[in-house]
Design a protein around this ligand. Structure first.
Ligand SMILES: *[C@@H]1O[C@H](CO)[C@@H](O)[C@H](O)[C@H]1NC(C)=O
Ligand SMILES: *[C@@H]1O[C@H](CO)[C@@H](O)[C@H](O)[C@H]1NC(C)=O
Length: 521
């Protein structure tokens, strides 16, 4: 490269732009970052095609419309939902529609059968796409990519801290088995230290099971791990100034490039509407929420939401509500429609609203989280530690109360509390089953204590806030021109433009990466 040529100018002048085919898992927490990634790619001139099924595509209408209005090379590609086993209810195409623990596997099996339709779609294109970026759980794309001859990157949703722990623990056979509530209660508190981590990470056996480490999922998980081994690289929704050593060590452990491009959602050019919905209609009037927040003191409100999957029974909701009320703090709490639909819960929530009138707002359904987190009245977030929520909180400089429920969430909590110093644990020690788990692992006293500790005016709380603000600033810098995520995206797009879909360059890239990283880990 001549010294006067920048990567940008090369991208602008050399050949047709690369075409990325994105294949998210059919779960809200996986679709949202992929939609954001598609925008990032398209805004930088690459073509982005996001593959999904009819129910999910219908939720993405506003995304497609917004892209059309902005003349972005971004499209939603709808493939027919494949025939499913009889147990899967008709029309169930997303994890958030599942109402029974036994429906997850049939849903994943059905999605697996998209391999044929995806291959036909790819072969019918006038030009072979440059690269597939698929959720690591969509291991079925590995066969499609190799059969059509396209490089494949996997997208892994959580922090690299989690991904590295998971990889190392499973390599050492430490994910022994899944725990039910009963066995977890009995033996799950036993701890071990995750091997090979650059910092000491001690976890309990019950909270540190791997993703998909559940009975019946063994073959599925094995396929997913194999698809990681055979991929050409990884794309992650994080940034170097947040967890550089874990990104570097994950890269070294995988032996292939890891492109840290996040936080994906930070994208100045998107209109508010497409940012708010991102694949799910908000059932909440955003201006009413903003108006309510406007009346609150800066940094005084505690925002509470547990993501798209976990559902609480009434007796569990009551512990959350009483705890928030007892903290004495202004509260903005998001309750799911399904949770609020039960008559006894509905009545109880009304009574809570009556008791906290003027300082409490309960939202029912899917809330405009980015608008809430960006409001100056919000001073803390009680979160389940799903990575999207955690990263959004970090990027807005909002410190958190950590209440992990399952999967990667317990390790994301360790990162937030022990490594970043921006969280207060509520004290959740055991994972919850997704539906119908009767246990009440966290009680009102825990909630009130953690919220008060987070929101108080003391030095420790102030230091936590200072750190959160600092990471928030770094997140935005990473996404600006010259920032690490921005420049990693430049490199990603450039490498696929040069390779034009051939795999050879990527093998070279991988080697280079491996040598560089092994030295630093
Ligand atoms: C664990 O993590 C380290 C990086 O800290 C990596 O170098 C190593 O290969 C990983 N794997 C195992 C099995 O320890
Ligand atoms: C991402 O950028 C950093 C420097 O900002 C660089 O060291 C790293 O190699 C880049 N990652 C990839 C996969 O190119």
């Amino acid at each position: 490269m001549a010294p006067t040529e920048t990567l940008e100018s090369i991208i602008a002048t050399s050949g047709p732009p690369p075409h990325f085919v994105l294949v998210p898992l059919v779960a809200q927490g996986h679709i949202i970052p992929m939609v954001d990634l598609a925008h990032l790619l398209a805004e930088r001139g690459a073509r982005a095609s996001l593959i999904t099924t009819p129910v999910n595509a219908a939720r993405l209408h506003s995304v497609a419309d917004g892209a059309r209005r902005a003349k972005l090379p971004l499209e939603i590609v709808e493939l027919p939902f494949p025939p499913a086993d009889d147990v899967l209810p008709q029309g169930c195409e997303n994890v958030d529609q599942v109402t029974d623990n036994d429906h997850f596997l049939p849903l994943f099996h059905a999605i697996h059968r998209l391999a044929g339709p995806l291959e036909s779609y790819l072969r019918a294109l006038a030009r072979r796409p440059s690269c597939i970026i698929s959720d690591w759980c969509n291991s079925w794309t590995a066969g499609v990519a190799s059969s059509v001859g396209i490089p494949r990157l996997f997208f892994h949703g959580p922090s690299c801290f989690y991904s590295l722990c998971d990889l190392n623990a499973s390599t050492h056979g430490l994910h022994e088995r899944a725990y039910t509530s009963a066995t977890a209660e009995a033996e799950g508190h036993e701890t071990y230290v995750v091997p090979g981590m650059p910092v000491r990470v001690e976890v309990t056996k019950a909270t540190c099971v791997g993703f998909l480490d559940a009975p019946g999922f063994e073959a599925f998980r094995e396929d997913c791990l194999e698809a990681i081994r055979t991929a050409d690289g990884a794309v992650v929704n994080t940034f170097l100034d947040l967890e550089e050593q874990f990104v570097a060590c994950y890269e070294a452990a995988l032996g292939k490039p890891v492109w840290a491009l996040g936080p994906f959602y930070i994208n100045s050019n998107r209109d508010a509407q497409s940012m708010t919905s991102r694949g799910r209609k908000t059932s909440v009037d955003q201006s009413a929420v903003t108006e309510w927040l406007d009346a609150m003191d800066p940094g005084s409100v505690i925002y509470v939401s547990f993501g798209s999957i976990a559902q609480k029974l009434p007796k569990q909701l009551y512990e959350v509500g009483h705890g928030l009320e007892d903290s004495g703090q202004p509260l903005l709490w998001v309750v799911k429609d399904a949770e609020a639909a039960l008559p006894e819960a509905a009545e109880w929530l009304k009574a809570l609203e009556a008791r906290t009138v003027g300082r409490g707002l309960v939202l029912r359904g899917w809330a405009p989280q980015l608008a809430i987190l960006s409001h100056r009245a919000v001073g803390g977030f009680v979160t389940h530690c799903g990575w999207n929520s955690l990263l959004e909180s970090i990027a807005h400089g909002v410190p958190i109360v950590t209440w992990p429920h399952f999967a990667d969430q317990f390790l994301n909590e360790r990162l937030a509390v022990d490594v970043l110093g921006i969280g207060v644990p509520v004290g959740a020690a055991l994972p919850v089953m997704l539906f119908g788990d009767e246990a009440v692992p966290v009680v009102r006293g825990d909630v009130a204590r953690a919220v008060s500790e987070l929101m108080d005016g003391g030095e420790v709380a102030e230091e936590r806030r200072r750190k959160a603000r600092e990471y928030g600033e770094r997140a935005h810098r990473a996404m600006e021109k010259g920032g690490s995520s921005y420049e990693n995206l430049t490199l990603l797009i450039q490498s696929f433009r040069l390779s034009g879909g051939k795999e050879t360059r990527h093998t070279g890239l991988q080697k280079e990466q491996q040598e560089k990283q092994i030295m630093s880990c």
